[in-house]
Design a protein around this ligand. Structure first.
Ligand code: PXG
Length: 463
């Protein structure tokens, strides 16, 4: 007999949720006043709420459910692995078959110079691992003063002390004494919002050169690493100009700065290759992964280390004094392996690159003709739409930033589409298994919601 969670009437669940559950990144009092939306089941690219309303999930959960919902193979693997070996640690000179197989597989699909894997349970943990790893790398090379890490404003790398410090979200820094020491931020390559005076190519170079300026300001001999997402996700799907990454790569090489590509979102097919680093032709020393590694079915993250970093940390006299109880958890590792098999066997990356993904990109870009849309950008299967009252001047709305984005998001929910708003920018990252029919549904609903938002923004005096 299948076990079901205890479904009460919606209002009752909302009341209990308000009384006892603290939500991440949520204005709790506001939420408690209106009640949480309760999602009870999901299948394919659709989720269903406690009132029986079905929505197309344009965000793949939270950028993670690559293979889509309801994959029985993943549930079966959990059941099998839990019966065979539900847990064993990877400390104290032990290992187990799932983590061995997964590590080999990750080394296979990652760029050639990436050879070894360190596990955690979340993207934040992986980035905390990376901070310690790059600092220890330099310490092992007798350069312990190389502790400084450069990251970007409006980047997102998690919300632990380390991850939240690397991220460039001022609201996160404002609480709990962040950032930790020796973390610096440079401006992001957001051409539409911040580069109006220059061509995208000029702007890309200019923003990359901020890294060089910062290195020179601090002193290259004090810098451990630069960290960035190939495409900023939580920051609003900011796709950098084509000139940005080649220049960043040049600067990291020239000053011998380690490069960490945070691929928690862009990893595992999202951009049409296994990794965004391939899409942007980057050669990072470390790749941060999580989310798509298990399609979110179970928590797992992985820091993918180049042989240069891994050998340094592995082959010195001392140990790397770092690790989590759940590093390489056998059930998570088994799910990840099966998830990677599904992505490969069902040609989901090809689907992103040349199948439904190509169709999605074509349709998405056409939304830029809408009077409320300043730009509609998309790479692989992650896209952003900038809402603006004036395409030519790129003006902001008269109301507080995010008000119109919020209106649009609410229209999306009401019309059966999950699309996220970051400020007044709408973003999508749907499951990689989308079909052309799913794309039609997504685009039709998005277009309707843009119309509704436009009308309401005008009527309510936002523009
Ligand atoms: N790096 C990147 C690039 C991420 O997108 C993390 C690290 C942290 O992962 P964990 O597993 O610790 O959450 C992320 C997570 C949003 C949103 O609002 C995005 C994330 C998490 C929560 C919300 O878009 N990304």
């Amino acid at each position: 007999m299948s076990q079901r969670s205890n479904h009460l009437p919606t209002a009752q669940m909302q009341e209990l949720d308000a009384a006892h559950h603290m939500h991440p990144f949520t204005h709790q009092a506001d939420l408690n006043a209106k009640g949480a939306r309760i999602i009870t089941s999901a299948n394919g690219v659709h989720v269903t709420d406690s009132e029986g309303r079905t929505m197309l999930d344009g965000m793949a959960g939270l950028w993670c459910v690559g293979v889509g919902y309801g994959r029985k193979e993943l549930a079966d693997v959990v059941s099998r692995q839990m019966q065979e070996l539900p847990f064993y640690n990877t400390f104290f000179q032990t290992s187990h078959p799932p983590v061995i197989a997964l590590s080999e597989r990750l080394a296979q699909i990652a760029p050639d110079h990436i050879t070894r894997v360190f596990y955690g349970s979340s993207g934040s943990e992986a980035n905390d691992t990376n901070i310690r790893a790059v600092r220890q790398y330099w310490a092992n090379l007798d350069q312990p003063e190389r502790t400084h890490i450069i990251a970007r404003w409006n980047g997102y790398h998690g919300s632990t002390m380390g991850g939240g410090s690397l991220g460039g979200m001022k609201g996160i820094h404002a609480q709990g004494g962040l950032p930790i020491p020796d973390i610096h931020h440079i401006d992001q390559p957001f051409w539409w919002g911040e580069g109006a005076e220059q061509s995208p190519e000029e702007f890309g170079i200019a923003r990359a050169r901020l890294l060089e300026d910062k290195i020179l300001e601090i002193g290259a001999d004090k810098i451990a690493a630069f960290i960035a997402e190939p495409i900023q996700g939580a920051g609003g799907v900011i796709i950098p100009p084509s000139t940005y990454w080649p220049e960043i790569q040049r600067i990291c090489k020239e000053y011998d700065i380690l490069l960490i590509a945070d691929e928690v979102i862009t990893g595992f097919g999202r951009t049409g290759n296994w990794f965004g680093s391939e899409t942007f032709n980057i050669t990072p020393d470390i790749i941060t992964t999580a989310k798509g590694l298990t399609s979110g079915y179970i928590p797992m993250s992985a820091s993918l280390f180049s042989e240069k970093i891994a050998a340094n940390l592995s082959e010195t006299d001392g140990e790397f004094t770092h690790g989590y109880t759940y590093s390489g958890h056998p059930v998570a590792a088994a799910v990840a392996l099966e998830n990677l098999r599904i992505i490969e066997d069902e040609k989901m990356i090809e689907n992103v690159r040349t199948g439904a993904g190509a169709y999605l990109r074509d349709q998405w870009k056409q939304l830029s003709d809408h009077p409320l849309v300043g730009e509609a950008v998309i790479e692989g299967m992650m896209g952003g739409i900038q809402l603006t009252p004036n395409k030519t001047t790129r003006a902001s709305f008269l109301s507080e930033t995010g008000s119109v984005g919020y209106i649009c998001r609410e229209f999306c929910f009401a019309n059966g589409l999950v699309m996220r708003a970051t400020g007044d920018r709408m973003i999508i990252a749907p499951p990689l298994c989308m079909t052309r029919d799913n794309v039609d549904e997504l685009i039709n609903k998005a277009a309707i919601c843009l119309d509704l938002t436009h009308k309401k923004a005008k009527n309510d005096g936002h523009m």
